[in-house]
Design a protein around this ligand. Sequence first.
Ligand SMILES: Nc1ncnc2c1ncn2[C@@H]1O[C@H](COP(=O)(O)OP(=O)(O)OP(=O)(O)O)[C@@H](O)[C@H]1O
Length: 318
Amino acid sequence: MVAVENLTKRYRRVHAVTDVSFSVRRGSITGFLGPNGSGKTTTLRVLLGLVTPTSGRALIDGRGYRELADPARRVGAVLEPVAYPTRTAADHLRALAMPLRVGRRQTDEVLGLVGLEDAAERATGSFSLGMRQRLALAGALLGDPELLVLDEPANGLDPEGIRWLRDFLRSWAAEGRTALLSSHVLAEVTQTVDHVVIIDHGRVALDAPMPEIGQGSVTVRTPYADLLADLLADDRAAEAGAGATADTPVHRVGPDELRLPHGWAERVGQVAAEHRIPLVELHTTGPDLEGVFFALTRGDADDPEVGSRVARPRVAGR
Ligand SMILES: Nc1ncnc2c1ncn2[C@@H]1O[C@H](COP(=O)(O)OP(=O)(O)OP(=O)(O)O)[C@@H](O)[C@H]1O
């Protein structure tokens, strides 16, 4: 439904995006992920006809946004939370509804859909960021679009709001509709999206369906993390044969925590038992989008959440 083809956008000396290509399948929820400043918003703005690319193009159903018939009805977009402090939520939606030829019944309906029916007559200036996000989403839903384009939709949402957004997007996809949403906070999207495009420094670093994103990983906690890591590395080297340099899959992710690829739990247990190392925790987790993200983006963006990681697992299968 969406095709971004060799998209490049430069602002004077800033290379915001470089040769970015990816597509969004109809009926899918695609997460467009990357650290702050990686080029997500620029790409979405080109897709919505708000920015002219330096080269390349971004198409919706084979056409540029501005060439679509009735684009505001076919595509619902949220680039920023609503900011008209003196307007009530209902008035804000009615103003958006007019050019779309959408009646009062639908404005009430979308307010209910985003859980703001009780705040309809309140001025948006008194809204929290999360409420303004919900109102912006209500505006995007007004035209009953097939495609939603959402820039950081979970920004400002509390955990309950994030769960609500997740459920909303799942039911959206279940109706066969499509969404492209950007985020720099991985936890928000891991359980929501079925396809992932990771962008880093303006370039696509990964474009893959969720099922292909690694197989998960094994987490080990022990006060003897250094010793266990060394023993596991020796064990791996011994397995590889004399003289071989072992590519150790052990990653230190905290003062007492190690992470290994999926399937290592048994070996870790054996090595720990052989050397009488007490384990506080040993468990296997599911697909490790976070690991993939940190490995690909090297965590060197200005996002404190990204930069605070002490070690980054390898990308599964790479
Ligand atoms: N209008 C502009 N003029 C100059 N530089 C810009 C402009 N818009 C974006 N940039 C630069 O392009 C790069 C990509 O920015 P963009 O906003 O697309 O990233 P992002 O991934 O959406 O980041 P964030 O998560 O912080 O919103 C950044 O270096 C940014 O400073």
